[in-house]
Write a protein that binds this ligand. Structure first.
Ligand SMILES: [Zn+2]
Length: 427
């Protein structure tokens, strides 16, 4: 397949998009520049007014396989990713059984090779069954290429266990991803402790539950020489904690999710479970601080924490409903709608934080649109729209606050190597 993408705004992490053409032959970008000629038999794509960007990469997704395939599975999850302009994902291991040994890792990766059109990576548990006691089969998982260890969904409650794991796995070149909270402080894990929890009469989770654990985990990493990645940071003080440690040379990276940037506790309204996740939505002041932290580089990456749940489960009362929302299909469009279209951030920031840096964290090469690189890109129409209807979404679940909403921006094409993974009619 040969393709000439003409007249698009080519996005990169280095600066504002630059207008130009992109020639792709046999899956490789063979030229980038102005007024390129199409060799015979080349398909021409008019990208006037569109953005041609490196495809996104999501380092935090829950595909629920094995064990809860009614919520999501690898086949549907990866199609949801493509639908949102994402061509690589890292699965979380809080499945059932948990991904805590070589045999489960092997099963999951084999399944992914069978059903997925994009690369799927998996993290592995820190402790067996995520029970926080014995170390998981770290050695065997490493031999299958696992580099990220996490008990995501829960913290490792006992700091001595975490410290052991860090001392054990760090020499193998593995790193840790921390879901931070102190269970005794969190309570029922329903929403933020604050104005809205008092109004709704539900016991809230204070931000300090997350902040204390975050500080603990970075301290342990710093003491053992481990590398730690802090997942789904929700509060301004949490963000400042990471900044403080980074300035002191700790090997720490951190992620922020689109929902913690966009929404806050006020959005819960009348007990709307599409705004229920863990860590919970905090305040509008936290939203503003997190965005500043993203712009200033305190956050290395954006990750969705794509967490599908069935409508039955999300339809329960606010305290009983499970935590989490889907994100893969709406992340890029919602970031465009709220932050790029409004001029708050540029494409360079989104490419850096949602495409290049997550790949680097996983030890992968980023996918810039440059001569000689394998094509791994999207065409995005900033003047198009996306309606997040049930029809549109490929995930098995529809638990997103954007359900049936229309946002500015549209992923029009996803291309990886020799394969067009997604092509929508031009809007
Ligand atoms: Zn988590």
């Amino acid at each position: 397949m040969s393709m000439l993408i003409k007249g698009g705004e080519i996005a990169s992490e280095q600066g504002a998009p630059v207008r130009g053409d992109v020639l792709i032959e046999k899956g490789v970008i063979t030229a980038v520049g102005e007024n390129l000629e199409a060799p015979e038999g080349t398909e021409e794509v008019d990208a006037n007014g569109k953005v041609v960007a490196p495809a996104m990469f999501d380092a935090h997704v829950h595909f629920r396989e094995p064990g809860q395939e009614y919520k999501e599975d690898i086949a549907h999850g990866t199609e949801a990713a493509i639908n949102g302009g994402v061509t690589g994902v890292v699965m979380m291991p809080n499945t059932s059984p948990a991904i805590d040994s070589a045999s489960v890792v092997r099963t999951v990766l084999e399944k992914a090779r069978e059903v997925s059109r994009i690369p799927v990576y998996t993290s592995g548990c820190i402790t067996k069954g995520r029970a926080g006691e014995e170390l998981a089969g770290i050695d065997g998982m490493r031999n299958l290429g696992v580099v990220m260890l996490t008990d995501d969904g829960d913290p490792v409650a006992n700091p001595a266990v975490l410290r052991n794991a860090m001392e054990y796995a760090t020499p193998f070149g593995m790193f840790f991803a921390s879901h931070c909270e102190i269970a005794e402080l969190s309570g029922p894990r329903a929403l933020n402790e604050g104005k809205v929890s008092y109004q709704l009469g539900i016991k809230g989770t204070p931000a300090c539950s997350e902040e204390i654990c975050m500080d603990r985990d970075i301290r342990l990493a710093h003491a053992t020489g481990a590398r730690v990645h802090i997942q789904h940071v929700s509060s301004a003080i949490g963000m400042e904690t990471i900044r403080w440690w980074k300035e002191r040379g700790a090997r720490v990276t951190a992620e922020v999710s689109p929902h913690h940037l966009i929404f806050n506790e006020e959005d819960i309204g009348e007990y709307d479970t599409h705004y229920k996740m863990n860590p919970p939505l905090r305040t509008s002041e936290d939203n503003a601080a997190l965005l500043e932290g993203l712009k200033e580089g305190v956050f290395d990456l954006i990750a969705t924490d794509h967490a599908p749940h069935s409508e039955f489960e999300k339809g329960q009362d606010f305290v009983s409903a499970p935590n989490g929302i889907t994100g893969l299909e709406s992340a890029l469009v919602s970031l465009h709608d709220r932050f790029i279209a409004t001029g708050l951030v540029g494409w360079d920031l989104i490419v850096k934080r949602y495409s290049a840096e997550p790949r680097r964290m996983m030890g992968l090469e980023p996918v810039p649109i440059e001569e000689g690189k394998t094509a791994d890109l999207i065409i995005f129409d900033p003047s198009g729209e996306t309606t997040f209807s049930r029809d549109f979404m490929k995930s098995r679940s529809v638990n997103t606050p954007f359900l049936d909403q229309t946002l500015r921006g549209r992923v029009e094409m996803v291309l990886r190597g020799d394969e067009v993974l997604l092509q929508r009619e031009a809007s």
